[in-house]
Design a protein around this ligand. Structure first.
Ligand SMILES: [Zn+2]
Length: 157
């Protein structure tokens, strides 16, 4: 843990506090590369009516846009709180190297941001999930998969 790591986590915390003052959720995130800030974001769910607008998602999207790549290898993300399952997945999809977070998901749970049920749902068979999942038309969907396999202009990711 370097001085810079502490500074960036503090910045993420500062963003979370500023966001609460604006009426948003108490979460902030910063993406860096080579010790420099690439992007910053805070939770925008209620401010933009976007349920996916978590701080990490905003920061990842902006970093990818600025660096002009979907591959954020070499980047670190600093978060005011441990990521939810959606953001956890996004961090892996983005191939971010390192995650630094301040509050834990249990701290978030204590103030009403409970994502433990999502972790439980993921491991449940689809018939036992709270949201109804139905699988159908697999063969028809596989046409796109076959087309992808054969495609010569695909960009693998
Ligand atoms: Zn999240």
């Amino acid at each position: 843990m370097s001085e810079k790591d502490l500074m960036f986590v503090r910045r993420a915390i500062e963003l979370s506090l500023e966001n609460v003052k604006r009426g948003g959720g108490p979460f902030g995130a910063v993406v860096t590369k080579n010790g420099k800030v690439i992007s910053e974001s805070c939770n925008q769910v209620t401010l933009t009516n976007d349920p996916t607008a978590h701080a990490e998602i905003g920061a990842i999207r902006e970093a990818a846009r600025k660096l002009n790549t979907f591959d954020l290898s070499g980047c670190s993300i600093y978060i005011s709180c441990e990521p939810c399952p959606m953001c956890f997945g996004a961090i892996y999809w983005a191939r971010i190297d390192k995650v630094f977070f301040a509050g834990t998901r249990f701290d978030a749970e204590n103030i009403g941001f409970d994502d433990s049920f999502i972790y439980e749902e993921i491991s449940r068979p689809i018939q036992e999930r709270k949201i109804e999942f139905k699988q159908l038309l697999r063969e028809e969907a596989l046409e796109a998969f076959r087309a992808w396999e054969k495609s010569e202009n695909k960009v693998e990711y």
